[in-house]
Design a protein around this ligand. Structure first.
Ligand code: SF4
Ligand code: FES
Length: 251
């Protein structure tokens, strides 16, 4: 049975990318544990507005674990203490009465802070753009079974495609590496015959863009896999390395 709890929030406030930020402390009294974490922040913002203060800026969109926007570090974990879940899927029942909760933005060179808890994750979009297109022949409707795909490959491709581009992997990594994200995006296409046509160009272009944008190298700490809300496996990183080496050998 969910009960009402009171918590103390230590929230990162930063007015602009150039200004120095600091933690500010707020109290939330008697909030029901059935309330979601983002709803709790909405309530805090209403409180702040009623007091004539600036509300806290934070990113969100779908609130259903789909869009990857809710990029919050909660108590030292990207997306908070729940495993396999985004911040928007986190509920106050994860916290205890009287607890202090620390909320920060992603801390990664690749994701500069815009304001308070909102970061610029455009770097991931640029990597996707570098990946480019997949060739599809137009014309008559092809037979659904014209290109047989082994069930195992289809499952692995779908697992990789579950990546929502949230950025938790780079935020969790001590090197600020984007390898889990890039490997998921490369794998979802490289595993399927339809994605093989541009596979070599795609792997090289996405890795080059990742390096150009300042993301760090992977040293196999697996922090990314631990914190990923979609349980993307580091086996995708091994596949990306294979795809990249094979592409380079074709040069
Ligand atoms: S691999 Fe996981 S943590 Fe990284 S962007 Fe995709 S969903 Fe987010
Ligand atoms: S708001 Fe869309 S995944 Fe959290």
């Amino acid at each position: 049975m969910d009960k009402d709890i009171s918590v103390t929030l230590k929230v990162w406030r930063q007015r602009s990318p150039k200004e120095k930020g600091q933690f500010e402390t707020y109290k939330i009294e008697k909030i029901n544990q059935s309330v979601s974490f983002l709803e709790m922040l909405d309530i805090l913002n209403e409180q702040l507005v009623n007091e004539g203060k600036e509300p806290i800026v934070f990113d969100h969109d779908c609130r259903e674990g789909i869009c990857g926007m809710c990029s919050l570090y909660v108590n030292g974990h990207p997306h908070g203490p729940a495993t396999g879940a985004t911040t928007c899927q986190l509920y106050m029942r994860r916290f205890n009465d009287g607890e202090t909760i620390t909320i920060e933005p992603w801390r990664s060179a690749g994701f500069p802070v815009i304001r308070d808890l909102m970061v610029d994750r455009y770097a991931y979009d640029k990597i996707i753009q570098a990946g480019g297109f997949t060739s599809v022949n137009t014309g008559g409707v092809p037979d659904a079974n014209a290109i047989p795909i082994p069930k195992e490959d289809a499952d692995l491709a779908m697992d990789a495609a579950a990546c929502i581009g949230c950025g938790a992997c780079a935020a969790a990594c001590k090197n600020g590496s984007a390898m889990l994200f890039v490997s998921a995006k490369v794998s979802q296409l490289a595993l399927l015959p339809q994605g093989k046509v541009e596979a070599a160009r795609r792997a090289k272009a996405m890795v080059a863009k990742m390096d150009e944008l300042g993301f760090g190298n992977c040293t196999n700490t697996r922090a990314c896999e631990m914190e990923c809300p979609k349980n993307i496996s580091v086996s995708n990183i091994a596949r990306l390395n294979r795809e990249f080496i094979c592409a380079k050998l074709q040069d």
